[in-house]
Design a protein around this ligand. Structure first.
Ligand SMILES: C[S@@+](CC[C@H](N)C(=O)[O-])C[C@H]1O[C@@H](n2cnc3c(N)ncnc32)[C@H](O)[C@@H]1O
Length: 201
């Protein structure tokens, strides 16, 4: 599979990306208090801008991503962390049924088969596990410069139904940030970032 993040991995941790992921982490930690005995999973962890902040709060942190290049940057940060596991591939590659907390920031729109991902997530999460997914609401394709992408954002009602079908209870969906980007010269577009919080039934 082509690693579409290969060229961007070493430059990923820009101040803009750090601000973006910090906004997600702040919103997430307002609603979830990770516990010391939890096993946490980040789907589409990239270089670990989000998961590295959760790592010290839990027993084990699993970083999953399909990009070897992004995970390469993460590996350099992890060095001696003995409570971290890296999974290279789709989330289906993680098979232990021990996840207490799963989260994902800006990765779901890259995942082709959301239903299959959620079905698998339901098999590896413990009853009562908390899931937090952050991404953009439906947009016109400009966010990715009209390049082919599996999802041009999400209709969160539909995404919520997909979660419920897979065996999760959706607690709420809220907008936690508005991204402003100049995708067309001279035009500032706004992209609403939502956070969906669900629980494994
Ligand atoms: C926009 S980046 C976000 C990375 C990180 N979560 C962050 O906020 O900095 C999307 C990430 O999703 C990963 N990705 C793409 N398709 C994926 C899939 N099917 N399963 C898991 N990760 C995927 C990419 O490799 C990339 O690291």
């Amino acid at each position: 599979m082509t690693d579409s993040f290969a060229k961007r991995a070493t430059q990923w941790d820009s101040p803009q990306k750090v601000n973006m992921t910090d906004a997600f982490v702040a919103a997430m930690l307002k609603v979830v208090e990770p516990e010391k005995n939890w096993t946490a999973l980040e789907i589409g962890a990239g270089t670990g801008l989000v998961g590295m902040q959760v790592l010290p709060k839990v027993k084990k942190m699993v970083f999953e991503d399909t990009s070897e290049a992004m995970l390469g940057v993460l590996k350099e940060k992890l060095q001696k962390s003995d409570n971290a596991q890296i999974v290279h591939g789709e989330v289906a590659e993680y098979k232990n049924c021990d996840i207490d907390f799963a989260f994902s920031c800006m990765a779901f729109h890259h995942i082709v088969d959301i239903d299959a991902t959620l079905e698998h997530l339901a098999t590896i999460t413990r009853k009562g596990a908390t899931i937090v997914v952050g991404d953009v609401r439906t947009e016109d394709g400009s966010f990715h410069h009209f390049e082919p992408i599996p999802h041009t954002g999400f209709d969160t009602d539909e995404l919520g139904r997909q979660f419920e079908k897979a065996g999760f209870k959706v607690h709420f969906v809220k907008t936690y940030n508005i991204l402003k980007r100049e995708r067309t010269p001279g035009v500032i577009s706004e992209y609403e970032q939502f956070m969906l919080v669900a629980q494994k039934i």
